[in-house]
Design a protein around this ligand. Structure first.
Ligand SMILES: Nc1ncnc2c1ncn2[C@@H]1O[C@H](COP(=O)(O)OP(=O)(O)OP(=O)(O)O)[C@@H](O)[C@H]1O
Length: 839
């Protein structure tokens, strides 16, 4: 049970009000009290010597849960509650409720022009609750995905966020996210689901993967919303707007049980109440105003009825308490059906939700399953005294409304939990039964076969439902995105680590990729699937953003491309393998045998070292990069890596003239201060392109004390590099980033598209471990990734440990070890330690 929480927000006097010398009527006291008095009346009573009665009837004091003042009474602009403060005090509890699985609702109520829209939507410079919440939701998702044990969720949850946005204009519901809808189009109907409550039939729901997408939808809807100039507000909302965020969270608990919560958040910006006496600009405005007032009156009636109901139930409880002190055996039912109380109660128990579209739709939020917050917006001006008093009275009544929020668990998940409990109970019963069989005491016990049958049935039902749920959840998330792939369902997690090495006069960037398959039984077998390692190593690579991931026709490695492709898919599912072409030997660093499976697969235990890569054909490289090479007379010997990770990578050794110094022009001196001394020793940075400043400017400090260059900055850096005529060699994003010792994480899922938050999550982990991470944007764009989230936790943790181990293994070659100084600190340390151990 929780009461509606009420906040009062006072807007500052407008410029015209201040110019016209409007007096202030509202003052905030201690403990969230609001004092309202009418200075005009006080003055008049003093002047004519009236009794204080009239003046005091115009002076009231209220207490609320939150107060957001606009003035301290002495100056207009001082002490104004900022949008940030409102978000912190109201937005954060709302956010917490949503992530705990509760429905939540924020209603902005008040006279026209008092700041409802300002509070809910804000302005471009001062964002309101809705945009701030959109951003915060995705930040929370990223953080929940990034750390364990949040809200007792022992496995990291995965989320689905959907958005809908509607307005109630003249008692008609309209979808604000449907570009074809307009005020004259067919109105949407409200229906009521026995369990889920009222909903709008045919209202579009949009799955969003990041805050930007959510904000875009919000903006779109706000632009479509009906508004007009009125005498009170130049941009007055003529409809009630309801922005809804549906948040579904799914995770697997420590004991392997699925959990799924489905919560929704309504952000309601009501149209402003207005006096009918105020001259309407047109007949249309008059009609709009009348319907707005009508629906607000219905809202008032619902609030009144609910407040009354609360008072009555409190009365019942106090009656019960008094009676029970005298008669201990009295029961609640008998008190509630006391004849004298019943007519009033039955009247009060009827809540006129259906009197208006607004109240019907908000049924859950008003006296139902929701944690509701009401923001009553008021004007401090004497001229609005009456409306302000009405608003405060309304808010005071709303405070008495009691809601009954519950965590909204998915029904089938609840059933699974119930079955599992039942299985535990039956097991105990079974043990008891067996014991008593042994002692030949069968009195009162159910025969053990019966229990065993029931146990078996329950167990298999629970397992079946869990599997269904896992399938449904991953499919649902897959369906949420637009790209659909028909390749077999398989889930992999890959980690890519890149670092430069120098062999003779050639610089290479080594990109080591590891991909694991976890497609089967993601929960139970995740750990064992870790052994299914698909290791892919290759030399320097240019990622070709223009490649869409389709198999290039020119690709002629030793095996037929299609066979290769299907083999890859198969391998991902079934067996560990090394994907290294015989003609793709890049030096002893990667020739070291890494696993037994490698020997089995390749037969030749070691690859010849220091052999240059010779590819049969030049595959597509970025046209600009190619042109650049052609101009300089150097055609890169490129090859295309197998479509291991769905994102095709065009690889190439660095060209002959790509000298050491040039190769390391892009080293992370600025990005990784720890490695800067090592770099600058050997690689003077005097030849850095002038636009490096641009890049450096965008290097962001992070909480880890290290610096990270955003993708954007890198992109623009790269673009400016391309534009620069004296550029001799233009690295693609991958090479550029690779030379920064990045560790990129890919989650690969053949068959369904990517969920950004999961990538964020992995990238975040990678960053934490490696000090730097890259978002593979081309990958995000071109290919779909979806991983069954419940396997992330186990796989990734082991993955990160494994990559560390493997990095150590690579130090078998002193040449590679020499390149370690360019790796980030933790890598360097662990590898150096291992070298020391080996020597
Ligand atoms: N707390 C505040 N601080 C600064 N300016 C505010 C505040 N509240 C409202 N305003 C300004 O007051 C004007 C009216 O606000 P707004 O449009 O939000 O009112 P409203 O209650 O939504 O009106 P209506 O019901 O007519 O749509 C806007 O210019 C807004 O920027």
């Amino acid at each position: 049970m929780s009461n509606i929480k009420v906040a009062i927000r006072v807007r500052p006097l407008t410029t015209s009000e201040a110019t016209l010398d409007h007096q202030l009527t509202v003052h905030m006291g201690v403990n969230n009290t609001v004092h309202l008095h009418n200075p005009a009346i006080s003055k008049t009573s003093a002047k004519y010597g009236w009794s204080n009665k009239r003046a005091s009837s115009q002076s009231r004091q209220f207490a609320f849960d939150y107060c957001f003042p606009a003035t301290d009474g002495s100056s207009v602009s001082a002490n104004i509650a900022s949008q940030e403060k409102v978000f912190e005090e109201l937005g954060m509890p709302v956010l917490n409720s949503l992530f705990d699985g509760y429905n939540a609702c924020v209603l902005a109520y008040g006279q026209s022009g008092t700041g409802k829209t300002y509070t809910m939507m804000g302005t471009p410079l001062e964002l309101g609750l809705a945009p701030k919440l959109c951003t915060a939701i995705f930040e929370r998702i990223a953080s929940e995905c990034g750390c364990s044990n949040v809200h007792l969720k022992t496995k990291r949850p995965s989320f689905r966020i959907e958005i809908s946005f509607m307005e109630i204009y003249n008692e008609k519901v309209r979808d604000l996210l449907d570009e074809h809808s307009n005020r004259d189009s067919v109105q949407l109907k409200i229906r009521e689901h026995p369990q889920l409550g009222p909903y709008v039939q045919g209202l579009s729901r949009h799955t969003v993967e990041d805050a930007a997408a959510a904000l875009e939808l919000l903006k779109e809807g706000v632009l479509r919303r009906s508004s007009a100039a009125t005498h009170k507000n130049g941009h007055s909302s003529r409809s009630h707007a309801v922005f809804t965020v549906h948040c579904t969270a799914a995770w697997v608990t420590g004991d392997g049980l699925p959990r799924e919560t489905v919560a929704k958040l309504h952000l309601v910006d009501l149209a402003g109440s207005e006096r009918a006496s105020c001259n309407p600009v047109s007949r249309l405005r008059l009609k709009e105003g009348a319907l707005i007032n009508k629906s607000l009156a219905s809202l008032g009636n619902v609030i009144n009825a609910l407040a009354e109901k609360t008072s009555l139930s409190k009365g019942s409880i106090s009656t019960l308490n008094t009676s029970s002190s005298s008669t201990s055996s009295i029961n609640i039912r008998s008190v509630q059906t006391t004849p004298s109380a019943s007519p009033r109660r039955s009247q009060a128990s009827f809540i006129p939700y259906r009197d208006s579209v607004l109240t019907w739709l908000l049924k859950d939020s008003l006296g139902g399953n929701s944690k509701t917050f009401l923001v009553a917006a008021i004007s401090p001006s004497t001229h609005a005294f009456k409306e302000t008093l009405n608003t405060l009275r309304f808010a005071e009544r709303a405070k008495r409304v009691v809601n009954e929020p519950v965590i909204n668990e998915n029904a089938s998940v609840e059933l699974i939990h119930h079955l599992v409990q039942e299985v535990t109970r039956l097991r105990a019963l079974f043990a008891q039964s067996v014991e008593s069989n042994q002692s030949n005491d069968n009195s009162g016990l159910i025969p053990s076969e019966n229990i065993s049958n029931l146990l078996g049935a329950h167990h298999s039902k629970a397992r079946e439902l869990t599997e269904d749920w896992l399938r449904k959840w991953s499919r649902e998330i897959g369906e949420a995105t637009t790209t659909v792939h028909t390749t077999p369902q398989s889930t992999e997690i890959g980690i890519q680590t890149s670092f430069p090495i120098i062999m003779e006069d050639l610089g290479y960037v080594i990109t080591a990729k590891e991909t694991k398959s976890a497609n089967r039984a993601p929960v139970e077998n995740a750990t064992s699937n870790l052994e299914t390692v698909l290791f892919h190593s290759e030399t320097s690579c240019w990622s070709d953003d223009s490649l869409d991931g389709s198999y290039p026709t020119e690709f002629h490695p030793t095996t037929d491309s299609h066979t290769e492709y299907s083999r890859m898919n198969k391998l991902m599912v079934q067996e560990p393998a090394w994907i290294i072409k015989p003609n793709f030997h890049i030096g002893e660093s990667l020739s070291a045998p890494f696993s037994d499976s490698f020997h089995q697969q390749r037969q030749s235990p070691t690859l010849p070292s220091k052999k240059r890569i010779t590819a049969k054909k030049v595959v597509r490289t970025r046209p600009d990069v190619r042109t650049m090479f052609e101009n300089s007379g150097e055609i890169p010997q490129s090859r295309c890596s197998s479509p291991l990770s769905s994102s095709l990578v065009v690889t190439s050794p660095l060209p002959e003239s790509f000298s050491e110094r040039k190769a390391f022009r892009y080293l992370p001196d600025q990005a990784h201060p720890s490695s800067s001394s090592a770099c600058s020793e050997k690689l003077p940075l005097d030849n850095l392109p002038s636009n490096q400043d641009h890049e450096i400017a965008k290097v962001k400090s992070t909480s880890h004390g290290e610096k990270m260059i955003s993708n954007d900055s890198h992109k623009s850096y790269q673009e400016s590099e391309l534009a620069s005529s004296n550029a001799e060699f233009v690295p693609s994003s991958r090479i550029g980033l690779s030379s920064r010792n990045t560790c990129c994480c890919h989650i690969l899922h053949h068959g369904s598209p990517c969920k950004l938050q999961n990538q964020n999550f992995l990238a975040q982990i990678a960053y934490q471990r490696n000090g730097y991470c890259q978002h593979d944007t081309s990958y995000q764009q071109s290919r779909a990734v979806r991983c069954k989230s419940q396997s992330f936790d186990t796989i990734l943790r082991a993955e990160l440990l494994a990559i560390r181990r493997r990095m150590v293994a690579r130090t078998a070659s002193p040449k590679v070890a020499a390149s370690l100084r360019y790796l980030t600190q933790w890598q360097t340390d662990s590898l150096a330690n291992s070298l020391a151990i080996k020597s």
